[in-house]
Design a protein around this ligand. Structure first.
Ligand SMILES: NC(=O)c1ccc[n+]([C@@H]2O[C@H](COP(=O)([O-])OP(=O)(O)OC[C@H]3O[C@@H](n4cnc5c(N)ncnc54)[C@H](O)[C@@H]3O)[C@@H](O)[C@H]2O)c1
Length: 359
């Protein structure tokens, strides 16, 4: 039976990937040491998800740190003869948290990725290697685009070439402020590309916009749609940080992210990079997201504003999906922003609604 490695298997994207591969009849080896609870506290722990996955036939879990090369190598030696592909989603994922512990952030995001690339090269060089990169590789360069302010959002100027399309992969990743997180992801992104170009391996970077879905263990510093839904359902105040809440993100359901992975795995291209978000049809500002969530949950969120924006925060970021759609014409977005938010609210109602306390 085909074996798939999924790092970060308790997280949003890792768990969605693990479930999809299990449905396809693969054996899934999940690697996740619940570092998310170390980053964001016990309420962001992904252990509940690992517990759920561990009940599935075909799922085997290793609570191993991707910085621990020896433990990783033991897993590769055990399974590599039947290893089909590697889905690498384990990360320190927060722009803001990274500045607290740059060594931890770089160790996980950059060196952890190198560990996995090198073991793949040693044990299964032809296996597709999917890396979840980020739009933060472009740093704050998108903030230099000409933007216009409307009552609820920032919008790119009509005359600009990205209007109606979003930001393409050809946008520079150089000469901008990335945040410590963005810099560790750039290191990993370039290394993943290099293992494709230099060694000819089937590696790909998917540079995520806002990846979301009901499986997120959302926290104030990561997973804003999930966290907003949680605030609405649990009556928790929410603080909008900077830009008056008019900053725009494009949002994609984790199921559609995993579908893109599958398309790549079926026809891999060495060293590829793709922007992957909700695209022009599925973007919203924080203010617009709050309005949608309040409407769907029929609850008012208590909002306050912190006028000081996060360092390097994107003001308007929308992924141009045309390269991905051109290389993989079977891929498309199947869940609109509205459907995605409804799914998140329903799942969070189940997990955190009246009388519930876990998740
Ligand atoms: N969610 C987003 O909006 C978004 C946007 C762009 C890029 N990404 C990228 O996509 C990937 C997945 O994101 P996500 O939202 O699923 O994150 P997540 O935090 O939900 O999942 C990551 C998982 O990795 C695990 N992990 C962290 N460090 C580890 C380590 N050292 N060893 C083993 N496991 C470890 C965590 O415990 C967590 O369960 C990440 O690489 C992230 O940078 C996410």
């Amino acid at each position: 039976m085909a074996i798939v490695f999924v790092t970060g298997s308790g997280g949003l994207i890792g768990s969605s990937a693990a479930r999809r591969f299990l449905e396809l009849g693969c054996e899934v080896v999940g690697i996740d040491n619940d570092s998310r609870s170390y980053f964001f506290g016990p309420s962001a722990s992904t252990r509940w998800m690992v517990d759920e996955l561990s009940e599935s036939r075909g799922y085997t879990h290793y609570s191993v740190d991707i910085r621990d090369m020896d433990s990783l190598e033991r897993i590769f030696t055990k399974y590599s003869s039947a290893l089909d592909c590697i889905i690498h989603c384990a990360a320190q994922p927060s722009h803001d948290w990274a500045a607290k512990e740059p060594h931890t952030d770089f160790g996980i995001n950059a060196v952890g990725t190198l560990n996995l690339l090198e073991l793949t090269r040693k044990y299964r060089p032809n296996a597709p290697f999917v890396f979840t990169s980020t739009n933060k590789v472009y740093g704050d360069a998108p903030n230099r685009l000409p933007l216009e302010e409307t009552p609820t959002r920032f919008e790119i100027s009509r005359g600009h070439e990205f209007f109606g399309r979003g930001i393409p992969e050809s946008f520079s990743i150089d000469q901008s402020l990335h945040s410590i997180f963005g810099a560790s992801k750039v290191a990993a992104d370039v290394m993943v590309q290099e293992y494709g170009r230099y060694f000819g391996m089937n590696t790909v970077c998917f540079r995520g916009g806002c990846l979301t879905g009901p499986a997120h263990s959302a926290a104030p510093l990561h997973g804003f749609l999930g966290y907003l839904a949680k605030c609405a359902i649990t009556n928790t105040p929410y603080t909008i940080i900077g830009h008056g809440g008019k900053q725009v993100r494009d949002n994609i359901h984790s199921d559609d992210v995993v579908s893109a992975f599958l398309e790549y795995i079926r026809a891999p291209r060495p060293g590829a990079t793709y922007n992957l978000g909700g695209g022009i049809e599925n973007n919203c500002s924080i203010l617009e997201a709050i309005e949608m969530i309040e409407k769907i949950t029929s609850r008012k969120i208590s909002i306050s504003h912190d006028p000081k924006s996060r360092i390097g925060d994107h003001i308007w970021y929308v992924s141009d999906l045309s390269k991905l759609k051109s290389d993989y014409p079977n891929w498309q977005i199947t869940k609109s922003l509205e459907v995605t938010i409804k799914e998140i609210c329903a799942a969070y109602q189940d997990r955190f609604g009246a009388g519930k306390s876990s998740g």
